[in-house]
Design a binder for this molecule. Sequence first.
Ligand SMILES: Cc1cc2nc3c(=O)[nH]c(=O)nc-3n(C[C@H](O)[C@H](O)[C@H](O)COP(=O)(O)OP(=O)(O)OC[C@H]3O[C@@H](n4cnc5c(N)ncnc54)[C@H](O)[C@@H]3O)c2cc1C
Length: 300
Amino acid sequence: MHYEVIIVGGSYAGLSAGLALGRARKRTLIIDAGQRRNRFAHEAHGFLGQDGRAPEAIAAAGRAEVAAYPTITFLDGTAVSAAQDKEGFVVGMEGGATHTAARLILATGVTDDLPDLPGLREGWGKGVLHCPYCHGYEVAGRRLGVLALVPFATHQANMIPDWGPTTFLTNGVISLAANERAALERRGVVIEETPVAAVLNAGAGLAGVRLTDGRTIALDALFTGVSTRLTSPLAAQLGCAIDDTLGGPIIRVEAMGQTTVPGIYAAGDAAQMMKVIPSAVAGGYMVGAVAHQSLIPSMH
Ligand SMILES: Cc1cc2nc3c(=O)[nH]c(=O)nc-3n(C[C@H](O)[C@H](O)[C@H](O)COP(=O)(O)OP(=O)(O)OC[C@H]3O[C@@H](n4cnc5c(N)ncnc54)[C@H](O)[C@@H]3O)c2cc1C
């Protein structure tokens, strides 16, 4: 079947785009592989009206709302290829099926690149936290660590004291200049330069970290920024420009979510530096509306 719009990615950004398109009565296919970035966390915070709700509950409620619009079709699976054709775009699925549409929305998210540090993966989204706005309030006042895995860790180490007493584990990744060290010390940050050998989890929480010299440091939560990569190669396959940012690559979009390839829009983590649910929902709704208007011949 030929659709007016195909949305690849059916999480917060893709569902929000689908909501705009369903309300505009556009024949829309939403393809989703079901690998939401925050699937490791038990609670999601900072999304107005949903603060503290389980991430999967927010996504499931969104999907049910969008599914109620009769022009929306859901397809669970992974899109593995995309190309332009004379009708617009053809999207190929794992397994060989293809689907075509006049417009394409990429809401495919990013994947966190976790290094092979013992205990890190197990604690991810539980005692190991990526973002203080998402999870800081819940551990406020406790013993907090910041683990350097990427060069921008010093930025996080400067922020975390607003949530609690902070130990900065520079982990052989950061070598602090005298002025950076002084600034951290003014914030009360304890600096530990011995690399971390393992993250010590305790059930759904954290016990601390073990250092390479055998010492352990007791901590109640560990913040760490990691680099991300685009989950899907579709934007690159289609020739969309991709920009490098401190946090990883993102699809280049102009203010209304149009990529550098006409007819292709992008939203959510894959297209923005502020990678949180409210931004994904806002961006998705915007590109849904913009894609709809682009289908009206007299409007472009
Ligand atoms: C541990 C953790 C906790 C977090 N907690 C919070 C929080 O409390 N509050 C907050 O605001 N943000 C939080 N975030 C950030 C939040 O998860 C993201 O901002 C949000 O998920 C982005 O939504 P999205 O729709 O852009 O991408 P995602 O939610 O990652 O969804 C992308 C979807 O696209 C699908 N997909 C990708 N490629 C394909 C393909 N080729 N074919 C078909 N489907 C595809 C994926 O399977 C996935 O379902 C957290 C992140 C992490 C890692």
